[in-house]
Ligand binder design. Structure first.
Ligand SMILES: [Fe+2]
Length: 153
């Protein structure tokens, strides 16, 4: 696999990891009247999906490239910190502020998923299975974006 594509894949994995950490935290610190629903059925569901997606994309990346760098905890955590620095923390924020950041973050993740799909396709690295995996992620993120949009009304 082309060097550039490996870097793009690694960055995408760290972007997913950053979102997984952010949404797990949102699950912990959400508050107010909507607490029960937000905690369990919104941020709870989202962080669990992201944990699952992370597992799947890392395994697929190793399978496609024969490189294990995608699963190195030191590489992943260091890169994820850099990504997280561009996020606004959910800690000590109101429920509305948390859902606003959540909406923007998932929209970014969806855009990144579409962009990864495009780059893999253009470089001839997109198998049918990989395409299906990414389409499944995008499908799930669109469903969560709908939920967050309704939450913000
Ligand atoms: Fe929990």
């Amino acid at each position: 696999m082309h060097h550039n594509i490996s870097d793009i894949l690694l960055l995408y994995i760290c972007f997913t990891k950053a979102n997984q950490m952010w949404f797990h935290s949102a699950h912990h610190v959400t508050k107010g009247k909507g607490f029960a629903g937000d905690h369990e059925l919104l941020y709870g569901k989202i962080y669990k999906s992201l944990t699952e997606h992370l597992d799947e994309i890392i395994e697929r990346a190793i399978g496609h490239t024969d490189s294990e760098i995608y699963a190195c905890p030191i590489v992943i955590s260091q890169m994820t910190v850099k990504v997280l620095k561009n996020f606004c923390s959910p800690a000590d924020k109101s429920d509305i502020k948390i859902s606003e950041i959540a909406y923007d973050s998932l929209q970014d993740l969806l855009n990144n998923t579409e962009s990864l799909h495009q780059k893999l396709k253009m470089s001839g690295h997109l198998s049918i299975g990989f395409e299906d995996l990414l389409a499944g992620f995008a499908n799930q993120y669109e469903a969560y974006i709908y939920m967050l949009k309704q939450r913000l009304k």
